[in-house]
Design a binder for this molecule. Structure first.
Ligand SMILES: Cc1ncc(COP(=O)(O)O)c(C=O)c1O
Length: 465
């Protein structure tokens, strides 16, 4: 490469491309004239952007675990933007929203309302440690704004602006969130980003950058020691922010990683922020994903499924001592204490408890993971399967020894599944991310896994493997 020459734009690290030949072929074979007309109308009015417009397909309905398109085809939705823990249109959530619309549809700032206050109380009780006693809460209209608010709170609390976060992570698409997020697709061309945002390699045992192909148990947590090194040298980092489990890839940190990071934060006077936007509320088989790892954060963000798959709603939960900026505006959102959003969230929390969905996620997730593990034996494309509750991932490789990502095959498997009635997302180019509703019927889960099995076989046959 010549001096000063820009390297080629990196491949999108996440999701399906909007204009691949495979997509065009799938659309030609599957979409009727009405759907095509809607896709064209959509593209005519919306700014085109990666992972969104032009769209893959149209929708006419979403109920339970299923999407229905304009051509009447039904798909089991194992993507759901990670927000359908209780499925689409859960009757109790819908009823709560309808009733609240009649009672108090909106609450201007400076007024309190019962559903929001009750939701704050219930969310504070989720804070790990001592039953959440004294934890404080702020509501926001989405995960990105919750992350931004958490970063501001950390600055107010520590008087420091520097952060440490992870390459390949995602925390939202706004400028502050992409500064701490590690995906080129969101960052490239949008700088300058926030000053003081250091990023380090993620704890990702299957494809570890610091101990390639190595054995986590023997390496002495090099990934955490790298963080200790950066913290030491930066000297004044205010917060480490991370997803406790990288949601879209289901990257599980090695044992002891988060407790060690907690120690490092304490040693350097930094806060630990867990962004649970995509993994909270039972997705991983615990109410909060961080409960798996024995490290108590200072701040937690929740989102996505919090609004019951209907209302945009997120929250920041903070240790009581962080209630220290009463004279500052931390979050100032028009829909901050939405009574309708709060009603949706309260109904969602009730459904999770009454239907035993956290435990169900744990049980069905373990069964599904065992089924996927069996596919490792019969499918050479499968490099590794991972899961925690009903957050499941199948990583495809061209060669198990080198763990070379099988990106083209992953896309082919995704379209083969779509044709058979299963929708999901491909993450990081080669990871099939499977996140069904926690309410999914066991027969539907089994048939989705059959579809993955059959699609893998079809693609392997086409590759002569
Ligand atoms: C971990 C994480 N944080 C933050 C966000 C942003 O949430 P929202 O799209 O609700 O702003 C997302 C969205 O995917 C996410 O996965």
């Amino acid at each position: 490469m010549r001096l000063g020459q820009k390297p080629a734009t990196p491949e999108p690290a996440e999701g399906d491309a909007n204009a691949s030949p495979r997509r065009a072929a799938w659309q030609a074979a599957n979409l009727g004239p009405e759907a095509r007309a809607l896709l064209a109308a959509d593209e005519a009015v919306f700014l085109r952007q990666s992972l969104s417009t032009p769209c893959l397909n149209t929708l006419a309905g979403a109920a339970g675990s299923h999407l229905t398109d304009l051509d009447g085809r039904r798909y089991l939705d194992f993507h759901g933007n990670s927000l359908h823990q209780v499925g689409y249109g859960h009757p109790r959530v819908v009823a709560a929203v309808k009733a609240q619309l009649d009672a108090l549809p909106f609450c201007p700032r400076r007024y309190a309302n019962r559903p929001a206050a009750e939701l704050g109380r219930r969310l504070a009780g989720l804070f790990p440690g001592d039953g959440g006693s004294g934890a404080k809460v702020l509501l926001t209209p989405g995960g990105t704004t919750a992350v931004g608010l958490a970063l501001k709170l950390a600055r107010q609390a520590t008087g420091r602006f520097k952060t440490l976060s992870f390459w390949d992570s995602f925390h939202g698409a706004s400028l502050d969130a992409i500064s701490i997020g590690g995906e080129a697709l969101f960052r490239s061309g949008s700088g300058p980003l926030l000053p003081g945002a250091s990023l380090v390699p993620p704890p990702e045992p299957y494809r570890c950058r610091l101990n390639p192909g190595g054995d986590c148990a023997a390496c002495g947590l090099r990934c955490a020691e790298f963080i200790a090194y950066v913290m030491e040298h930066e000297g004044d980092v205010g917060a480490i922010i991370a997803e406790p489990v990288r949601a879209t890839a289901v990257h599980l940190p090695p044992p002891g990683f988060w407790p060690r990071v907690r120690e490092i934060c304490d040693r350097h006077g930094a806060l630990l922020i867990f962004d649970e936007t995509a993994v909270c509320l039972g997705r991983t088989g615990e109410m909060l994903a961080c409960e798996h790892f024995g490290a108590r954060p200072d701040i937690i963000t929740l989102g996505k499924g919090l609004g019951g798959g209907i209302f945009p709603l997120a929250a920041v939960l903070a240790r009581p001592e962080l209630d220290l900026a009463p004279d500052r505006a931390l979050g100032h959102y028009t829909h901050e204490k939405s009574p309708v959003g709060a009603a949706a969230a309260l109904a969602t929390l009730d459904v999770l408890a009454d239907e035993g969905l956290v435990e169900r996620s744990r049980r069905l997730g373990a069964e599904a993971l065992a089924r996927l593990a069996a596919m490792t034996l019969s499918h050479p494309l499968v490099g590794q399967v991972r899961g925690l509750g009903l957050a499941l991932a199948v990583e495809l490789v061209t060669d198990r020894a080198t763990r070379t990502p099988a990106t083209d095959a992953a896309e082919a498997v995704m379209y083969a599944c779509l044709t058979r009635g299963l929708s999901f997302k491909v993450s990081h180019g080669n990871i099939l991310t499977l996140t069904p509703p926690l309410t999914i019927a066991e027969a539907d889960l089994a048939s989705a896994l059959n579809i993955v099995d059959a699609a893998l076989a079809e693609v392997e046959a086409s590759l002569g493997r």
